[in-house]
Design a protein around this ligand. Structure first.
Ligand code: IPD
Ligand code: CA
Ligand code: CA
Length: 263
């Protein structure tokens, strides 16, 4: 494998170009299509995806590409780009400036590079496996909080929240009475980056996709945190559930998740 850092400049440019485009459109009225009862998509998601694909496919024509909206490209390559062109679409459609662009590169299905760009705050989170996690070029670390009762947690709810019992409300109420507080930002990639830089102490969520998780989970690992599945086993971006934390509170989070009220 090449040093994945060689791919970082292009990934960073792609995220920033798309992010600037999204920020310009934030206040504009948007046509919204519904993918499900609550799962929506705008023309901005699609255009952002096209911009990222154009740039990365020109730079790396041999690499595969998997993005949320529609672009898939299979190449006989060990490298694959995993792209969420707009993470936080519901916020974005309401004009709420909490959203980002998430771009990751995997090698033989292991994430080796991640970039998450938040244009509203001009924050860019970057990580290369084995080379640390950065916010606007400065190294970041997870928090030192050692007790769940002092921890600020984040989570989210799946798009089938109305129709499925497996909708995270059980875990939410279990954590709500044990943690210091819980936030629901509406962007899984930013939730993970905020664990990486110590703004959140822990995060859990179910039913996510590889493009939601890939870049942010590498940020957490490279910032000294821990990621796992809900049982504490190895995390992999192609399985949908995640617990991410500063490491200190991870075991406590797993214990609360094992209580799950809804079966
Ligand atoms: C969503 C956000 C949200 C999470 C959802 C995701 P999208 O991604 O990350 O925080 O709770 O499950 O699907 O649709 O805005 O790209
Ligand atoms: Ca997403
Ligand atoms: Ca998205």
């Amino acid at each position: 494998m090449d040093n994945p850092a060689i791919y970082l400049p292009e990934a960073r440019e792609a995220a920033q170009e798309a992010g600037r485009y999204l920020l310009q459109g934030l206040g504009q009225k948007k046509e919204v299509d519904f993918k499900g009862q609550v799962d929506l998509v705008t023309s901005f998601d699609r255009r952002s995806e096209e911009m990222i694909f154009r740039r990365l496919s020109q730079a790396f024509p041999d690499h595969s590409f998997l993005a949320e909206e529609e672009i898939r490209r299979d190449r006989a390559s060990d490298y694959c780009w995993l792209v969420d062109p707009l993470d936080g679409t519901t916020n974005y459609a309401h004009g709420l400036p909490v959203f980002c662009v998430s771009i990751a590169l995997s090698f033989k299905k292991e994430v080796v590079l991640g970039v998450v760009y938040d244009p509203a705050r001009e924050e860019i989170f970057t990580a290369v496996r084995g080379q640390g996690a950065y916010l606007n070029g400065q190294p970041v670390r997870v928090s030192e909080t050692a007790e769940l009762g002092r921890s600020l947690l984040a989570t989210g709810f799946p798009y089938d929240v109305r129709s499925s019992n497996d909708n995270n409300l059980d875990h939410f109420s279990n954590f709500a009475v044990r943690a210091q507080a819980i936030r629901r930002l509406g962007s899984a990639a930013l939730d993970l980056c905020y664990v990486a830089c110590g703004r959140f102490d822990g995060y859990w969520e179910k039913k996510l996709k590889p493009w939601d998780l890939a870049a942010g989970s590498l940020l957490v690992e490279e910032a000294g945190g821990r990621v796992s599945n809900l049982e504490g086993g190895d995390f992999n971006v192609f399985s949908p559930h995640i617990v991410a934390s500063n490491g200190h509170i991870h075991q406590s989070m797993l214990e609360i998740l094992s209580l799950g009220l809804v079966k």
